[in-house]
Design a protein around this ligand. Structure first.
Ligand code: NCD
Length: 308
């Protein structure tokens, strides 16, 4: 098993499948128990180091570590006045001195987890770094597809919207392609990285017209429009964006009957996704959150416990 999880590219198909299988076993092991806890990581310390806002991911990593009986330390760095590079190194040295076995880091700077991995002895798990990657989100998304549709291999997956700012999209392109899915990126040209076609693996497509893509997909993954990362106007108006790229009831009905709708959260209800779609039985948004705990338990187990 690998020591850190910094990028979805760290996972080949075999390793990713091992994570998904382990997550399924975690689900079963917990379901059978009256006390929803396994003793696996007793005596190990997991530090959650969050330099950026988070609801789902932070709570999910905390729940995962606690269900494995690890000691959990939550460090929320938001509001610190120290310059970021320096404070990250100083914090890393502190964590090192405390003997952290794993550090889960979310940071606004792309690449921060790589730096951290050079400063601590424990495992580093990337919980989202800038616009770069969010590998455990891709794993929980793949897990959700497998549990709803039975497989990932051969699925056609459209990832729609603000691809430019989305670490979720980047990690999913890598992981889903490795697992044999066909990924299509859909969005306005201004929200797709420049020259993206050339950077993508063969089989991955870029399209601008959502309505042309919908009838042929098994999964449509909507991305949040990340206004906090936008310094310019990337589209004429919110209404115009919704008209062209929002998933509403009419577009939901254009999907094949078996197709599912995903969103990593948090949602802009009424913008990239209508409330009708978000709350429909085809939507896996709440399942994705629940699956996130199982997948993160699997990753912590394989990085920390599995090796022993
Ligand atoms: C995402 C993130 O923070 O990268 N959310 C998440 O982790 N579930 C996506 C987003 O912020 O839009």
């Amino acid at each position: 098993m690998i020591r850190h999880l910094l990028s979805a590219a760290d996972l080949d198909a075999g390793t990713a499948t091992e994570v998904l299988d382990t997550a399924a076993r975690m689900d079963e092991a917990i379901a059978d128990r009256e006390v929803k806890k396994l003793p696996t990581l007793r005596g190990r310390t997991v530090v959650n180091l969050f330099y950026e806002d988070s609801t789902r991911t932070r709570i999910s990593f905390e729940a995962a570590a606690k269900r494995l009986s690890a000691d959990v330390i939550n460090f929320s760095a938001k509001g610190s006045s120290v310059s970021k590079g320096e404070s990250l190194k100083d914090t890393a040295l502190t964590l090192q001195a405390m003997g952290a076995d794993a550090v889960v880091i979310r940071h606004p700077a792309s690449g921060a987890p790589y730096q951290l991995a050079g400063w601590v002895n424990g495992s580093v798990l990337n919980a989202g770094d800038g616009t770069h990657e969010h590998p455990t989100q891709a794993l929980l998304d793949a897990y959700t597809m497998r549990s709803r549709l039975g497989r990932v291999d051969g699925l056609s997956v459209a990832i729609v919207g603000d691809v430019l700012h989305s670490r979720v999209a980047r990690s999913n392109v890598l992981l889903l392609s490795a697992l044999g899915a066909k990924v299509t990126l859909v969005g306005p040209p201004t929200l797709l990285p420049l020259g993206i076609e050339d950077a993508l693996a063969s089989g991955t497509e870029v399209r601008y017209d959502l309505d042309e893509v919908l009838p042929g997909v098994d999964v449509v993954m909507m991305l949040r429009v990340q206004r906090e990362r936008m310094e310019d106007a990337y589209f004429p108006s919110a209404r115009e964006y919704t008209r062209r790229y929002g998933l509403d009831g009419a577009r939901l009905r254009a999907l094949p009957e078996h197709a599912i709708v995903m969103h990593p959260g948090p949602m802009n209800r009424g913008m990239e996704i209508s409330p009708e779609v978000a709350d429909s039985p085809r939507s896996t948004i709440v399942e994705q959150v629940a699956n996130g705990v199982s997948v993160r338990m699997a990753v912590l187990y394989l990085l920390l416990g599995g090796a022993k």
